[in-house]
Design a protein around this ligand. Structure first.
Ligand code: SF4
Length: 431
């Protein structure tokens, strides 16, 4: 359909499919892959597409093995609306993906419902799931970020937020579960923003509710929460469902309101502590982890000390720290109140010492307890041991055979602790 550009795109797609060993059939009702490369220049283009898809969707509903794809300008324009209206569709892809149909089709074959309409570079960076592990998997739920933190390059490199439809996330999780993955981590730069770009708007807590009903997956984590948007209903939902891990990663970035304002974070320490309080009330054994930047432009000694004060108050399980470093095309990089490297380095050392002390204190609560550990891999440093994690995220090492224990949940008595790890012995049947 449509202009020469569209015809050229169709040829490119056909070429790639041929290279994958496919051949054209004259009768669309016999095809295993059906692609409509659409044009939106005429009125009622969408209606036309729906009328074409109808008979193919019927084939799919009748159990035929057929992948249904809408490409081109209507796909770009309608995006996930097409998926909502025709759930049988496997892929909706904008024109900029014509030369990547081979890769995208692989996702479809793996059981994913794909929406490829965002700015092209994002597909390469973030939609290819990490599948290095056979036990745990990442699932992207939202791409891009609409925030404008003054130190961060993400909004310019990854574009605006685009939430994945709930049905497609669910489908991917179910498929992973069927393949034997026991843990899934839902991913987003600002995961609490999930659903706000949808019509009607949806809330991340609703996605968590849905995810918790996916029977095939036993543990669900999510990152990264933003204190400005994280609603208390997220905490309540996590508290309610056993398979939602009691582990919250909520960057605070600075313990000082003035620094937060200049960072463009849009939250205050008071708001942050309100979330922490609710977590402690509803999930008293939860881990709370965070990120913090030291030496942000203009940060005074007193403002830095406020970050340490916040840490004393919360006692984080882990704080990932970084000395501020100017990133290209970010506002803070152009400010002239940069902090000298030596000062940043002293602050970094100080905050890391405190973080480690708190992490050790937090590890102590596990000593002598029997914790469920999901075994992921061999301990590369000591091959007689395997490594797994408790739901709070701490790595645990136990003696054991990886071939027998990989992917199993093992009750483990914790007999030794470090700031950032635990050591234990098997205390029951692996399952
Ligand atoms: S720091 Fe996070 S929330 Fe802020 S702009 Fe970057 S990705 Fe978005």
């Amino acid at each position: 359909m449509g202009c020469q550009m569209n015809s050229a795109d169709s040829e490119r797609m056909a070429g790639q499919l041929e290279a994958m060993g496919m051949a054209k059939v004259e009768d669309p009702s016999k095809a295993n892959v059906v692609i409509y490369n659409t044009c939106s220049i005429r009125d009622h283009a969408e209606q036309k597409v729906y009328s074409y898809i109808g008979p193919q969707a019927d084939r799919k509903r009748n159990g035929e093995n057929v992948a249904l794809i809408v490409a081109g300008c209507v796909a770009q324009q309608e995006g996930e609306k097409l998926l909502r209206r025709v759930p049988e569709l496997d892929m909706v892809m904008g024109p900029q993906y014509a030369n990547r149909i081979g890769d995208l089709l692989e996702d479809v074959v793996n059981g994913n419902q794909v929406v490829a309409t965002e700015a092209a570079p994002m597909m390469e960076d973030s939609t290819r799931p990490r599948r290095e592990s056979e036990v745990t998997a990442w699932v992207n739920v939202i791409y891009g970020c609409n925030e404008r933190c003054t130190y961060c390059v993400v909004p310019t490199t990854r574009g605006v937020e685009q939430s994945r439809p709930k049905e497609s996330i669910r489908k991917e999780m179910e498929e992973l579960g069927r393949k034997g993955y026991r843990e899934v981590t839902l991913l987003g730069q600002n995961i609490d923003a999930w659903g706000r770009d949808m019509e009607p708007k949806q809330r991340f807590s609703e996605l968590l509710e849905e995810a918790a009903t996916v029977e095939q997956v036993e543990r669900i984590r999510f990152v990264t929460s933003h204190p400005r948007y994280m609603s208390l209903s997220v905490v309540e939902t996590v508290a309610k469902h056993a398979k939602l891990c009691k582990c919250f990663h909520i960057p605070f970035q600075s313990g000082d309101d003035e620094v937060l304002r200049r960072m463009g974070r849009g939250h205050t320490i008071e708001q942050y502590l309100k979330i922490v309080k609710r977590i402690r009330e509803l999930c008293p054994d939860a881990a709370i982890t965070a990120d913090c930047i030291v030496g942000f432009p203009g940060e005074t000694e007193e403002q830095f000390e406020n970050s340490l004060r916040l840490m004393e108050e919360v006692k984080f399980d882990v704080v990932n720290t970084a000395a501020y470093s100017p990133r290209p095309n970010t506002p803070a990089a152009t400010w002239d109140n940069q902090i000298p490297e030596e000062v940043k380095s002293v602050r970094l050392q100080k905050i890391n010492e405190l973080g480690k002390q708190h992490a050790y204190e937090r590890s102590q609560r596990y000593l002598g307890r029997v914790m469920d550990v999901l075994v992921e891999e061999r301990n590369v440093k000591r091959p007689s041991q395997v490594k797994g994690r408790i739901e709070q995220g701490r790595p645990v090492y136990i003696e054991g055979n990886i071939d027998e224990l990989k992917g199993k949940i093992v009750p483990v008595e914790i007999i030794e602790i470090g700031a950032y790890y635990l050591v234990g012995k098997q205390a029951g049947e692996a399952r």
